[in-house]
Write a protein that binds this ligand. Structure first.
Ligand SMILES: *Cc1c(COP(=O)(O)O)cnc(C)c1O
Length: 381
């Protein structure tokens, strides 16, 4: 199965027709418990839906295939997946190197939750291998990568980071949410664990919250699966089914996100009111070459800066097609002001984002309509 191409795996991996009815889509097994033929004699390994549920298994097998990993695990949210990874791989006294522009919720998890439990962290510019090397300590358990980063679209070299982490006896965890497995496969570049907020591109339709972890080894897969069951933050059957439904079109959606975002970035770079565009597809982006090397396309996220916070807020409130809202990765285009919305929790921290920043999640509508909307909104800002 794994010799098949990404597009084919997205539609078929983990999703054989139902053996009882022939249904071509794995059903929603909306059930908590399973009949045992004798005590401990299970049909297909199912005993209780926190431990395993067939709808979730279908999603987990598909996720593992798409990331080229040994084991996929589906969680109730991206942060539940992060929490399981941290509890499985760190303990009191552990140290983690994180991006100095990590997703605000990830930063909050480290700063407000894990620090209290004795896990320390260092925010470091992950585009700078020397800075990462300097931040490594004997007790560093993980290098935590996000590439591209949310919302500054920073790029880190996954292969180089894997080398630095492994040299120091640490593991490399990559949050692959912004790229999706279609554009970037961190395990093939040396990462040990890949994380996703499946809420975003993987689900792709802004109708479900979920998370995933995929491991490079069976051993890490076992440890994470143990914690998934012991802690219980699992994806429910309906959420698993919705996410899997979204995955089937991931490749075609990402191609369109890439194309539309390139058009939007081009318009913004030429606009007199825009003072800077952050998009890895632009040749002058500091991570452009690395992104071109490790990604199949540059993704659908574009951030840009205006002359002032007021101007940034005004653009966000003036679009008609781009919906003002948090989250990203859905078919519909979204606009937001990170400093006041998604990244408000990082205010006053080393991860505070610029107040003049606007973030776009460029959807798969017709590109001309998107450009026209941005033009009219920028006129009002
Ligand atoms: C949204 C997001 C998360 C958190 O995922 P949830 O599904 O909201 O819990 C983690 N990392 C990145 C990069 C994100 O964009």
């Amino acid at each position: 199965m794994n010799d098949q191409s990404f597009e084919t795996l997205a539609i078929h991996a983990g999703q054989a027709p139902d053996p009882v009815t022939g249904a071509v889509v794995p059903p929603i097994y909306q059930v908590s418990t399973y009949q045992q033929d004798a005590i401990g004699s299970l049909r297909g390994g199912y005993e209780y839906s926190r431990s395993a549920n067939p709808s979730r298994t279908a999603l987990e097998e598909c996720l593992a295939a798409l990331e080229g990993g040994r084991r996929g695990l589906a969680f109730a949210s991206g942060l539940a997946a992060e929490d399981a990874v941290l509890r499985a791989l760190c303990g009191p006294g552990s140290h983690v190197v994180i991006p100095n522009d990590a997703y605000g919720g990830t930063y909050r998890l480290f700063a407000k939750v894990y620090e209290r439990w004795g896990v320390s962290f260092s925010p470091v510019p992950l585009a700078d291998p020397a800075a990462v090397r300097a931040a490594m300590r004997p007790e560093t358990a993980l290098v935590w990568l996000e590439t591209p980063t949310n919302p500054l679209l920073g790029i880190a070299d996954i292969e180089a980071m894997a080398g630095i982490a492994h040299e120091a006896g640490a593991l490399l965890v990559v949050d692959n949410t912004f790229a999706s497995p279609y554009l970037q496969q961190p395990l093939a570049l040396g990462a040990d664990v890949v994380l996703h907020s499946t809420t975003k591109y993987i689900g792709g339709h802004s109708d479900v919250v979920g998370g995933a972890a995929v491991t490079a080894s069976d051993e890490l897969g076992e440890r994470l699966a143990y914690h998934q069951n012991a802690m219980g933050g699992v994806a429910g059957p309906f959420d698993s089914w919705l996410t899997l439904r979204g995955i089937k079109t991931l490749a075609v959606r990402m191609d369109r996100h890439n194309a539309n975002a390139a058009r939007v970035a081009d318009l913004l770079t030429r606009h007199p009111k825009v003072t800077g565009v952050l998009y890895p597809g632009l040749p002058d982006h500091p991570g452009h070459e690395t992104a071109a090397k490790q990604m199949r396309g540059f993704g659908g996220m574009v951030s840009f800066r205006m002359a002032s916070e007021e101007a940034a807020v005004a653009v966000c409130e003036a679009t008609e097609l781009f919906i003002l809202g948090e989250s990203l990765g859905g078919v519909e285009s979204l606009i937001e002001h990170p400093a006041r919305m998604t990244h408000a929790s990082a205010a006053g921290s080393p991860l505070e984002v610029p107040a003049d920043l606007v973030r776009l999640s460029v959807g798969i509508e017709e590109a001309g309509d998107l450009l026209a909307d941005l033009e009219q909104a920028l006129k009002k800002a």
